[in-house]
Design a protein around this ligand. Sequence first.
Ligand code: SAM
Length: 286
Amino acid sequence: MDFWFSEQHTNDVKLSIRVDKQLYSAHSDFQRIDVFDSPEFGRFLVLDGYMMLTQKDEFIYHEMIVHPAMAVHPRVRNALVIGGGDGGAVRELCRYDDIEHIDLVEIDKQVVEVSREFFPEITCSLDDPRVKIHYRDGLRYVRGCKDEYDLIIVDSTDPFGPGEGLFTREFYGNCYKALKEDGIMINQHESPFYREDALACQRAHKRIVESFPISKVYQAHIPTYPSGHWLFGFASKKYHPLRDLDEKRWNARGLQCKYYTTMLHKGAFYIPAYVEELLKNVEQAD
Ligand code: SAM
């Protein structure tokens, strides 16, 4: 008997993945958490019916939410990850020896516990002595921060449910305040392809543009996300993602990535004409 996981991408489009087994299913205080095992993508994590990560393609998202900022900012010592309870963004940050401290603010402790059980290769750095996990709402957490972080990574779910507050003007304004004078904020910025996602992307971008002097988007191909064309926001107080990219310094680190390179970095910020159009009336010229 065939068993498939299907995620609704629009009212008329679904992504279906053949599943061998369901490994976990429960309701936390915040969301439904499911883990499946599949022949094509290995194990994958689903929250409230939405694909979060798969063993096969998580490297793309986690490399791309971390390394572009690290190749631009000259001295990230103190980082904040909001969301990201699967540990993937923290794993990529911990590859940098000169990062001194990482706060991970994840609202749902059960996501961390389930990720530790089923995705140890992704949560592998959560016990790094530099990492401190706070089980709190990121929206509330940043209200109390000022001039603290060199880098903030917003690795949230989509703009509804517990993640809704992480797409607001208030949140982005507080992230600006929480960053040092040359800080960078990276966020998962949804997708430009399907109408609902594009509207969410446009709304988020407008709010970020209103909070940061430099605000660009870059892209990656993530097979298991709606349309596969996924965007990230690069919001910066000082450094430009292309003009201040230091290829030599980043490549000298000798970090081997499966997706990110400093050449790809440059390409990622050259987005399709229709995406330029979608964002142009909310993006300040740099
Ligand atoms: N890569 C995924 C994506 O793009 O959808 C996100 C992965 S990560 C699992 C998303 C995490 O954000 C979840 O663990 C969720 O519990 C957490 N989250 C959602 N809203 C939050 C909030 N307000 N504060 C902190 N964490 C939150």
